[in-house]
Design a protein around this ligand. Structure first.
Ligand SMILES: [Zn+2]
Ligand SMILES: [Zn+2]
Length: 313
């Protein structure tokens, strides 16, 4: 018999780790730049060319990781039907004595990256979209160049890498789940086991704000269900995670859902929670907000001032 047969979860967990490591690389670059802009007083786009030139190698490594992530998620989806579909060699090429003694799955010749889409679309439903097929092929060729040659023309922008991770997450894992996947990854990294306060929520909202700036309106809608043209409100859940770390900033990550004048619900694209609200003018005369958190402090989710219960009823 074949032993150590991998499951969907084995492949998917590994694939998700690769995608997160690629995301780490790109977000470190984006957030470092944002910090430098604030601390060093970089005006507009004074130095970005040198900055991104120095980032070519880390970005190339991130591309290879994204490809690896997609490859493992394809293997996961195939394994869901049957992991044996991944053994593509003829029986005559199987390990010696595999019919006489238990042989580990890893001793068999496993399908090449370039054949995974064909295997997937032959056995699994639905077939993959043209978008993901083209993206996978582009990443696969780039990865081969990164590992086997030095191609100076090979360049991926930080935006392309982010879009690729989100595209893979949406189609090969589940639509609009990246923030949740990212949160559980951040909760599992080594530092979360040694720091008493591990700022998962605030790291996540900071990452998502910078990604939102980078992406166009269509991508923000597709990957996060966030409408860049719609009014933004403070998310009280994300605020409380910020306060644990004494961060004063109020993350504007929530929007009315549905977007109606009398809507009494907000949805935050970072914590993926619905927040009940009361539609009443804020008492702060300088604030035009009329969306009040239906919670203990009745905070205005525009200026974050508290209200007494009798002020909003
Ligand atoms: Zn939130
Ligand atoms: Zn207000």
């Amino acid at each position: 018999m074949i032993s150590d047969i991998p499951t969907y979860d084995d492949f998917a967990d590994q694939g998700t780790a690769f995608l997160n490591l690629a995301w780490d690389t790109v977000l470190d670059l984006l957030l470092d730049y944002e910090d430098a802009e604030a601390e060093e007083g970089i005006i507009d786009d004074e130095q970005p060319e040198e900055y991104w030139k120095a980032a070519i190698k880390p970005l190339a490594t991130a591309v290879a990781l994204v490809h690896q992530g997609a490859e493992f998620h394809l293997k996961a989806r195939i394994a869901l039907i049957s992991p044996y579909l991944l053994i593509t060699s003829k029986a005559s090429e199987w390990p010696r004595k595999s019919d006489k003694q238990d042989t580990s799955f890893s001793s068999f010749y496993i399908a090449d990256a370039q054949n995974l889409i064909k295997i997937h679309d032959t056995v699994a439903e639905p077939r993959l979209s043209d978008t993901i097929k083209q993206l996978y092929e582009k990443l696969r060729l780039a990865r081969n160049k990164i590992f086997h040659t030095v191609d100076k023309r090979l360049r991926f922008s930080e935006k392309e890498i982010i879009q690729a991770i989100l595209e893979i997450s949406d189609e090969l894992i589940s639509p609009q789940k990246w923030t949740l996947i990212r949160r559980s990854y951040l909760e599992s990294i080594p530092r979360s086991f040694v720091w008493t306060v591990h700022p998962v929520g605030s790291v996540l909202s900071r990452e998502m704000m910078v990604v939102l700036d980078l992406l166009g309106a269509a991508d923000a809608k597709k990957f996060f269900g966030f409408n860049k043209r719609q009014r933004k409100y403070i998310c009280p859940n994300c605020v409380s995670e910020h306060r644990e770390l004494n961060i004063d900033e109020n993350p504007l990550t929530a929007q009315l859902s549905p977007n109606k004048p009398n809507s009494t619900n907000l949805f935050c694209f970072v914590c993926r929670e619905n927040i009940p609200v009361i539609r009443k003018r804020c008492k702060n005369i300088d604030c035009k907000g009329n969306v009040i958190h239906e919670g203990r402090d009745f905070e205005c989710l525009t200026c974050f001032i508290d209200h007494e219960a009798d002020e909003i009823r």
